[in-house]
Design a protein around this ligand. Sequence first.
Ligand code: NAG
Ligand code: NAG
Ligand code: NAG
Ligand code: NAG
Length: 793
Amino acid sequence: MNWRCRPALLVAFSFAHLPFLLSSAALNQFPLDPSELPPPSHPCHHIYGQILESPVAIPRYKLFNSLAVCYHQHGLIPSALKLYEYSIITSNKTFALPFANLAAVALNNGDHATANALVREYLRGVGFNGSSPEFDKDAIEHGSPCRKGEDKEGECCMALNNLGAGLLTGGQWEEAEKVLKIAENIMGKGHVMGDKVFFNLGSLYAEEGLMEDAAFAFATSFLNSFQVNPESFDPSALMRRALLVPPISNSSSEIIKTRNLFEQRVNAIAHMAYYGCEGVEDETLRDLLVVEELYELRGEIGPIKNRVIDPSKGLQTPHFYLHYHGALDRPLQELVASMHILLGPTDLLTPSSPMIHPDGRLDDFDRKKRLGFISSLFEEGEPHGLLLQDVIRNIDKTRYEVYVVIIGGEQAGDVIGKSADKVIPVGFDWPLARKTLDELQLDGLVFAEMQNEAMAHMLGFGRFAPVQILAMGSPITSGNPSIDYFVSCARSEHPLLTMLDDTESHYTEQLVLLEGVGISFPAPSGLPCASALSQPERDSTWLVDLHLPSKFLHFRKYTCPQHLFKLHPDFDAVISGLLAGDKKGVVLLQSAKIGRKTGMIRRRISSFVVREFGEEAGLDFLERLVFIPRVTSDVFHLLLQMSSVLLHPFPFGGSKTSSDAILSGTPLVTMPTPYLRGRMALGFYHEFMDDVQMHECCVATSVTDYINKALRLGLNDALRDGVEELMRRGGGKIFDNESVRHEWLLFLDSVLKNPAPSPYPDPPPYLGHDNVVFQSLQRRWLKDFSRSMSYNK
Ligand SMILES: *[C@@H]1O[C@H](CO)[C@@H](O)[C@H](O)[C@H]1NC(C)=O
Ligand SMILES: *[C@@H]1O[C@H](CO)[C@@H](O)[C@H](O)[C@H]1NC(C)=O
Ligand SMILES: *[C@@H]1O[C@H](CO)[C@@H](O)[C@H](O)[C@H]1NC(C)=O
Ligand SMILES: *[C@@H]1O[C@H](CO)[C@@H](O)[C@H](O)[C@H]1NC(C)=O
């Protein structure tokens, strides 16, 4: 899984209206220690005061919930948890709301399954979707809050929103959409909960590739938050709208348009930090604000600087799909980074305590260095974690203390967990994550990636260690002034790297070129054995799962087992060329999790093929384009082994998928691009083939060359056998390769000995909505973009 979505969460702050006296006996087991009680100066104190009043106007169990919500909102989660439970107990389970709030805690911890179960308990309690309330006293007496026009429907919408968020997090798109739509329907227009519900709907549509719906939902979310709170609204939804990039593009020219509009919108919203909508070109403003009613309010919006309150929840997910266009991304990365610095909270760039690294500590040479690794992707078998696993395992523990900080709800994989001095989960809790990193007083902090998930993306702006390093988990520069080093490798970067662009490197960090390939995945154990393929009775068990029509079973299989968003429109020509060039060949692609996206790609490829070969021949060819279902990793390896040729996508290839291909012993065709993300397979090939060998069989220089090489490998058994033999003999070099870890450790040693002199960078100057700057950014990447695509000609 390469992509993480983080839905908007919300905690309800709810008081009931019914006066009700609670027996004071319930207070005997009040769950908080005296030290956990709010002192008179604490904002939650007045609720505690109400609890102490006797008699109270509001049932105590409701006040316990209210006090819990207050604690929850102030980040005092353990106390809040105790109070939510206490509220349920003291109500004799006649009060459902705490279940919904407990769900919000679980969701923040990344535990969406528990969260969903808790919301469903709440819905059972209050009655939902036509069924009557089961235990909530108010709902039984006064009717369910989950009905349209209820004055307490906010509660229910909050719960449904969080259920939608939980389902989204768990990838249950269709369920999530149903639930969020119900919430939308219950709340009606201009509701306080509207910003969250539309925010999540926007996120859902964006992932489904419904870009217009997504833009509309985000703009509506922003409209809601602006109308409900015109003085102190949060512009996160508008920021999300600005950053929207479709997961699947229809054509190369559409990609150019997408990037153009993206740049204009991000520029506009950065400009809005100081000036509101004034001075933004009308066309851009309409594209950004989308909703007519919002556009009409443009004069009232005003400056939005530092208005994003929780930058990780506000972002939900970075502009991940932009990088699959294959263009030079540095200028846009820098633009997005300066936008975050403008819109994010004032302390985005700094740790919460300004003096985490008193100078004296750096001079203490005998002290162990404190090194942190952070990601949401350190779980067992996750490629981003595997990238660093061998490094983390082999760090000299007599000289280093190793801390692994886990974002989200997954556990650290076994090896990483055991290799660390301490594994610290921070969930999706932004203040907790910052506090944790701050208190660790690290000498160095390594991000496995910063482009797949919002928390890592945004934490990267802080300064938690004098040396901050980005590994190539997502092989893209951060554009972020707080990241000092990008660790890449000599083998997979362009040999004329510094001559590629006229004026600058395409990294904002100091680029580190490790010798060799810089990545060594652990050698897998217990792979399904290739001989399974020759046993017909075993064939059936897993082949059936592929839904491959039986008439194609013995056809040559050209397989691209990748996420469909990696298939650039230019790749359609490859698929088309193979279908036409080998009438006894099938092209196998892997369906997306979301059916609609598979449909989009299928339609795009189909219209290309029909354009190329005419209706009749085209449709005939397309019968041999098969979308197989997503498969388990065992079946995945069998799929690679049974394929005749593997097709590596361009302009964004991948490292784990290349190494899987090499492991399977099936030849992989690749076409390197100027940037790291398109050269990783090439890097691996260098480890066991010489230049002539790899260019002979597998490394293409143009789309036509790609098609020819794939066909030759498919049709020429002797050639394929030769390449397979090379892969079998040499492919092992890329796994568990000590020299990779050695390179990494040398780098860490040298850089932590001499940390960068300026740990607190000044924010870069704001460039403004200046047409000159804008034009030059534009030229730079457009030119490069066309160059990177010129292999097409
Ligand atoms: C819960 O049950 C106990 C014992 O039956 C009773 O004393 C108490 O009043 C009940 N509390 C509520 C909130 O109904
Ligand atoms: C609501 O009830 C209907 C009919 O009973 C059912 O089909 C639908 O799936 C339910 N919706 C949800 C979100 O549970
Ligand atoms: C892509 O093409 C399809 C079908 O022609 C169309 O429905 C869709 O709106 C297009 N997408 C974009 C982003 O233009
Ligand atoms: C590890 O990789 C290096 C080059 O990066 C290579 O020279 C060496 O042979 C590999 N080691 C093993 C044990 O395969």
